[in-house]
Design a protein around this ligand. Structure first.
Ligand SMILES: NC(=O)c1ccc[n+]([C@@H]2O[C@H](COP(=O)([O-])OP(=O)(O)OC[C@H]3O[C@@H](n4cnc5c(N)ncnc54)[C@H](O)[C@@H]3O)[C@@H](O)[C@H]2O)c1
Length: 278
């Protein structure tokens, strides 16, 4: 549709049905919303911050290194996105509290949490993984996701509701060989989503999850950079390529918008068609 035709139909719609038309036009808008995205200076987290920001949200980006925060803030500002940045190691209580307090001080409230941070310090046979590996993976990937949620919920409740989105993985459905503990942590997020959704629905907070397939980021470079491994993955994919971070960011923004107002407790798989069953 060209611009003139589109504008004419918008004006016609506004004349004949002003309320419902304005509602339809604004459902995916996040103007006035404040969104915390953890680990958001690169990859999927940065793409989620961009997608939320482009829809009008004030985004709060963070990661462990100040230099990365500064770079992401400058990039988002150059795209006319309203952004605040700070360092945050989600595994540290004082950092989680600092992130939430800074958001309240600088943005006046919290409407959206995207819990994206994850680690994988272990490759190998699951039987060779140690207690230390399990503690680290579960602490960052699962416990911190829950503790961040616990911190923001009272503030979302004060605003009349909100949205939480966890970032799981296709590996949460089918554990990847050599990534056993990481895969189990991602399965736990599917359960966390379902456990929280009914309880938080009472406060008008929706809790959802995305499970990306193979997405081109630093995290997955060992996979996407290896042609033999990618050829194996492509056999399971309908869309025979790795995904891009923006293809996850858009789904996260959708889940946080009014377009998804009747969706809670769900995980959306974004995998180019890799079958996911639990
Ligand atoms: N890239 C993929 O193929 C893929 C597939 C499925 C799921 N995921 C998930 O997507 C999310 C983002 O990953 P990505 O692919 O964008 O890679 P990424 O490396 O850009 O993102 C992971 C980020 O988490 C950060 N992080 C790790 N520990 C942290 C901590 N304690 N505190 C704060 N930040 C911490 C890392 O610094 C890194 O920036 C992760 O949850 C990952 O498990 C990625």
């Amino acid at each position: 549709m060209n611009r003139r035709v589109m504008l004419r139909s918008v004006f016609r719609c506004l004349r004949t049905n002003p309320v419902s038309c304005q509602r339809n036009m604004s459902q995916s808008s996040l103007t006035g919303k404040v969104a915390i995205v953890t680990a958001s200076t690169d990859g999927i987290g940065l793409a989620a911050a961009q997608a939320l920001g482009k829809r009008g949200a004030h985004v709060v980006v963070s990661s462990r290194r100040q230099a990365n925060v500064d770079k992401a803030v400058a990039l988002l500002q150059s795209q006319s996105i309203t952004v605040t940045g700070t360092t945050c190691n989600v595994g540290k209580e004082e950092d989680r509290e600092k992130l939430v307090q800074l958001t309240l001080d600088q943005c006046g409230g919290i409407d959206i949490l995207v819990s994206n941070a994850a680690v994988n310090p272990f490759f190998g046979n699951i039987m060779d993984s140690t207690e230390g590996v399990w503690d680290k993976i579960l602490s960052v990937n699962v416990t911190s996701a829950f503790l961040m949620t616990k911190l923001v919920v009272p503030h979302m409740t004060k605003r009349g509701g909100g949205n939480v989105v966890f970032v799981s993985s296709v590996a949460g459905y089918q554990p990847m060989q050599a990534l056993g503990p990481y895969s189990v942590s991602k399965t736990a997020l599917l359960g966390l989503t379902r456990a929280l959704a009914p309880e938080l629905a009472q406060s008008n907070i929706r809790v959802n999850c995305v499970a990306p397939g193979i997405i081109r980021t630093k995290f997955s470079s060992a996979l996407t950079g290896n042609e033999d491994i990618m050829d194996e993955f492509k056999k399971q994919m309908s869309i025979k390529r790795a995904g891009e971070p923006e293809e996850i960011g858009g789904v996260i923004a959708f889940l946080c918008s009014e377009d998804a107002s009747y969706i809670t407790g769900e995980t959306i798989t974004v995998t180019g068609g890799i079958g996911c069953r639990l």
